[in-house]
Structure formats: C-alpha cells, structure tokens
Ligand binder design. Sequence first.
Ligand code: G3P
Ligand code: CA
Length: 252
Amino acid sequence: LQLHGALSRVEGFGIISHRGAAALAPENTLAAMRLAFDQGVDFVEADLHLTADGVPVLMHDPTLDRTTTGSGAVAAHTLAQLEGLDAGSWFDGAYLGERVPTLEAFLDELAPTNSRALIELKGVWSDEQVASAVAMLGDRYLVDRVAFESFEVENLERLAVLAPEYARVMLTREWNRPTLELAAALKVSAIGARNEVFERDFALIDEARVLGIGTMVYTLNTPKQWAKAREHGIDLVITDDPVSLDEWRQSS
Ligand code: G3P
Ligand code: CA
C-alpha cells in the first residue's frame, strides 16, 4: 500500500478526529482544533469553504445557519462579514466568542504542534485558490503533515498538478470498479466514503489495495464499527471519539 506524504506516516489503523474534537467543542473552531491537537490522534480533520472574497475558512456546512449566528451561504459573505459572527455559542455558552477561523489561523495553530491535518476542500476551487492555500502550507513547512481530501475531481486534479508532494484522498458516494479506476487515474493515496458506501461491496477494498490505494471510512464511533472496519482492511477511520478509538486500537 502506498500512502504517500503525510499519510505514509500512519502505521496500521489510522485515526482521524472529525472536524476537530467536535464532540467536546464547536466543530471546525480553533477551540475544537486545539483540543484535538492535545488528544494526540493521527490526524485532525478540517473542512474548508471559500468566502465571497475567496478566503478559505473552516466551516462544514455551505451555509452559516447551523453553526454560527449568521445565515445564508458562506460563499455569499466576505471574510469581514464572517469575522463578526459567533461560531461557538450554538454548541455551548462556554464557547461564546469563538470565531469562524481562516485556514491561515488554523495553520498557525497547527504548525507548532506535532499534529497532522486532513483538510477537505469543499466546492470547486480555482487554480489560484488551490495555489494560494498550498503556499500557506509551504510557508509553514507542513508538507509532511497535511493531506487533502475532496469530493470534487477538479480539486484533486489541480492538487496533483500544483502540489504533487501532498497526499490526496478522493471522497466518493460511488463504490464500484469505475470508482477504483478513477482513483488510480487521479493517483490518490486513498478513497474515502461513508460506511454504508463500503458496505455495498467490501471485496473492492482488497481490489483497491492491489492498486496501491488505501481506504478511509467516516464516521465510526463504536467498537463494533471499528472492529468491522479493521476486519475488512480499512486503513483510516474518521471518528467523533478519537480518544476511545485510540484506547481500543491499543487494547485489541
Ligand atoms: O467529508 C468526508 C468526511 O470528511 C466526513 O464527512 O460530512 O463531516 O465532511 P463530513
Ligand atoms: Ca469533512
């Protein structure tokens, strides 16, 4: 199996903390990321959307409504507008004052730690937008500590050209031989999907492995699910409970 770049440093069954320590703090905020860094799991996952003025910010949903005091599309707001929003109080009043972080602010928090990050590009990014984000990583010497994931084939292609040194994970809702062929053509390190997707045909996991492509499943939170994933040869697991998964991994 050829998990390149940052992913090659995962040994065995890799653990990825979903949206930061999202069970303990408001997802995709710096508070959630700091907690996840302290948990010491293999990777911290972050989602990125672009603002109206093209700035990458940590946000899962395409809209502001669920996790901030704003409303409407992230892409319809400038960074200056997002800076006035609260992104913590929806989760718990103790997090009042958390902001929507920029990618740059997240990377400034990540750089001095020992943690690694899996960064999802949501939506289709231009060459310039991909190049700008990659430059932020390069400025902080993060090439061995960051991998990218995306559902968008265009993003994966742009990353392959503009930042071939970074590991990439192809997210998919399809799971069949053409999926494997696409992943092989894109030269990604791994394919990522919901558990229900892999369940359609577990045998394809071994076929992917033969092609040198790993598999990443989301989002598994129970020992029963973790055991099944390991049994079927999944390489990477995104979880809301990385500490329990780490204990389980060490004891089983
Ligand atoms: O996106 C794939 C994986 O990162 C988990 O899904 O919906 O939390 O972004 P989601
Ligand atoms: Ca994600």
